[in-house]
Design a protein around this ligand. Structure first.
Ligand code: V47
Length: 353
């Protein structure tokens, strides 16, 4: 059967068909992805009022794409105290944040309690604030550094108040590319195993894909299909987030960067291929806000949030160092012809603007 017809009939696509989607022209892909998106959400565009907190940049691992961790290119080490982290959370709650998204580097100096104590103290002080924290890469780091099993780390996260897991650390699952990008960090199978275990605890998470560096289109399709397989088993992923690679201040030598067309195709293909993951997030910090708004026509239905501050991707050139005021965010979504819907971290609707 013709590939386009198969997509229209909502039939599941194979690896070869996924790869063939990239050969379709942008308008056809956009129309196919937008049809799926409209059937699910109409013109609604989801976002949340959130705050990203990155409590330390001291890292035991080396990822070539990372400009955030302290290194010879970025000699300014920092590690926040629990009081500093709490003060940030407090200020964000005052500003209306419903979620703190906490991602750290892999700091070997301060122990498990430095990680867990921060969550516990936030939970005690702000019982209603959603704590999205600990990428699978951090879970794996605590396992390697302190001899804890994945089960033990995940149970500790729950005991200390973590609600959901972010999708970071997935990068690209292809083993050869991964070895080149971030040898020694959580492997692809381990990343998936950690999320499986988290989902088995009745918890939800997201999944990212870092693209636009040295990977091929086939690697992206492979990445999406590994996520689709796990989602068939657990159903625990809320959102898929294609992160556009940012090139500044890191150790990865890339000469060809993806065009806006290639980025939009990737959003559209993820919407088509990931028939079992509810939300496709155009994370505006790495795509730029204007492309994220256009991505709403290409299958994406979520823009992450107001962010307030962010250190990982902004270190590499993303526009997320200072977040985005809520009024601007809402106005831009409206002006783009969509209905801004503030959601909580698990996609319950809080306010339609
Ligand atoms: O895992 C690091 C990425 C991620 C670069 O779950 C880079 O809702 C681009 O995962 N260029 C952390 N990306 C951020 C993340 C995330 C962001 C927004 C929402 C969610 C969610 C998760 O940042 C890392 C890594 O893949 N990253 N360096 C770079 N140069």
């Amino acid at each position: 059967m013709d590939l386009i017809e198969k997509v229209r009939n909502k039939e599941r696509l194979s690896r070869e068909e996924g790869e063939a989607l990239y050969e379709l022209d942008l308008y056809t892909l956009g129309e196919l992805a937008d049809t799926i998106r409209r059937e699910k959400y109409g013109r609604k565009s989801f976002f949340n009022v959130n705050r990203h907190i990155n409590p330390t940049n001291v890292c035991a691992d080396i990822c070539k794409f990372c400009a955030y961790s302290a290194s010879r290119k970025n000699p300014n080490q920092y590690t926040m105290s629990h009081e500093e982290i709490l003060a940030i959370a407090e200020n964000s709650v005052k500003n209306g944040a419903k979620e703190v998204h906490i991602v750290s580097a892999h700091n070997p100096n301060d122990g498990v309690e430095w990680y867990m104590g921060a969550f516990r103290k936030i939970r005690e002080r702000f019982p209603d604030l959603h704590i999205k924290a600990m990428t699978a890469a951090e879970v794996d780091f605590l396992h390697r550094q302190y001899g804890l099993s994945y089960d033990e780390v995940l149970d500790m996260m729950i005991e200390n108040g973590v609600d959901s897991m972010p999708g970071g650390g997935a990068e690209i699952f292809d083993e050869e590319v991964r070895e080149y990008l971030c040898k020694g960090k959580v492997t692809s199978d381990q990343w998936l195993e950690i999320h499986r275990k988290w989902h088995e605890r009745g918890r939800e998470s997201n999944a990212t894909m870092l693209f636009g560096h040295v990977e091929t289109r086939a690697h992206r399709i492979d990445h999406m299909l590994r996520l689709r397989d796990l989602q068939d088993e657990t159903g625990g992923f809320n959102a898929f987030i294609p992160l556009v690679y940012q090139r500044d201040n890191n150790f990865l030598k890339v000469t060809e960067f993806p065009t806006g067309q290639e980025i939009l195709k990737t959003y559209a293909i993820s919407r088509i291929l990931l028939d079992n993951i509810p939300h496709i997030k155009a994370y505006w910090a790495t795509s730029t806000i204007n492309l994220a708004l256009i991505a709403q026509e290409f299958g994406a239905d979520d823009l992450d949030g107001t962010i307030e501050k962010e250190a990982i991707q902004s270190a590499a050139g993303a526009a997320s160092a200072h977040g985005m005021p809520l009024e601007d965010f809402v106005a831009m979504i409206k002006n783009a012809g969509f209905i801004p819907v503030e959601r909580d971290s698990l996609y319950n609707e809080l306010k339609v603007y």
